[in-house]
Design a protein around this ligand. Structure first.
Ligand SMILES: [Zn+2]
Length: 300
């Protein structure tokens, strides 16, 4: 089923990178900048993430011996440094997720570069070196993003949706690795319901979402794919949903043959395969379009 199968470490059937986007109240402020100060219940809904869910996740993943990747906006690093230190102390990777959860493809290219700079500054001030990885807030990767990420020295992105296994994004002679995601493994379409913020997903038991997450995992296991969740502590860190996450992990572990990894470890693995000539990713050259299609001009 997969045209260019990738060998996973120790003969594993598939790779699982359970990644979390620790947005806290950043996206909430970006999307509601004129009203956020007065939406107090919504503030509390978003701050459940750093205040309640993050310590819970850290404790449970330590018990299971799992180290994961957390994508964090620079503003959240500045605002919740203790939670970042807690994640780092337990061996989790912090990758960058914008500064204030800006939607890069809805702002102009100079603004995009400005916010990327703010994010990098916040990251490096707190963590020293890096980051190696990027996920565009709201997956809003613009046609300029790849060039900016390459210039900033990023080694991987995890925002695009073009494959089942790692591939590579190329601009000129430079490239970085893409670890693809998909809306099926994002928890927002399954769980987000908040009238103040305009999210209206029907409320249903976490088992419904888990059916989707688990069937994606079963297929990844069968065909050798990279399974990446895009989960949010404010949603999937809630009690019943997180209990279901732990049950899913039990299921994955009991099935066996799974490589659980942070994305920086997936990056190391792929880079090593490439250096040894054991596997070559599929390359896509960007940007695909510089402007709207010429066909729309009606000139022939
Ligand atoms: Zn986010």
């Amino acid at each position: 089923m997969i045209a260019n199968p990738i060998p996973w470490p120790d003969g594993a059937r598939c790779a699982v990178a359970m990644t979390w986007d620790m947005d806290a109240d950043s996206a909430f402020n970006w999307y509601n900048k004129d009203t956020a100060d007065n939406l107090v219940a919504a503030q509390s809904w978003t701050r459940y993430d750093p205040l309640i869910a993050i310590p819970r996740l850290v404790e449970q993943f330590a018990r299971l011996g799992l180290r994961l990747t957390f994508f964090v906006p620079g503003w959240v690093i500045e605002k919740y440094p203790k939670q970042i230190d807690l994640l780092l102390k337990h061996g989790h990777e912090i990758a960058l997720h914008g500064y204030l959860h800006e939607r890069s493809n809805e702002i102009d290219k100079d603004d995009e570069l400005y916010w990327l700079g703010r994010g990098l500054e916040a990251y490096r001030k707190h963590l020293g070196a890096g980051p190696r990885g990027w996920r565009a807030p709201s997956f809003a990767f613009s046609k300029h993003s790849l060039r900016y990420l390459l210039d900033a020295g990023f080694e991987y992105d995890s925002s695009l949706m073009g494959d089942d296994i790692p591939y590579a994004l190329k601009d000129g002679n430079a490239s970085l690795l893409e670890f693809p995601v998909d809306w099926t493994l994002d928890d927002f379409p399954h769980y987000a319901h908040n009238r103040d913020l305009g999210y209206r997903m029907p409320i249903s038991p976490p088992q419904r979402a888990m059916e989707v997450f688990r069937s994606e995992f079963d297929a990844a296991w069968e065909y050798g794919a990279l399974w990446i969740s895009v989960w949010h502590p404010a949603l999937s860190g809630r009690l019943a949903r997180f209990k279901a996450v732990l049950e899913l992990l039990d299921y994955m572990r009991s099935k066996g043959g799974v490589w659980f990894a942070r994305l920086d470890q997936v990056c190391d693995h792929v880079q090593k395969l490439m250096a040894e000539g054991r596997w070559t990713p599929r390359y896509e050259t960007f940007p695909l379009y510089q402007s709207p299609l010429p066909e729309f001009s009606k000139e022939r």
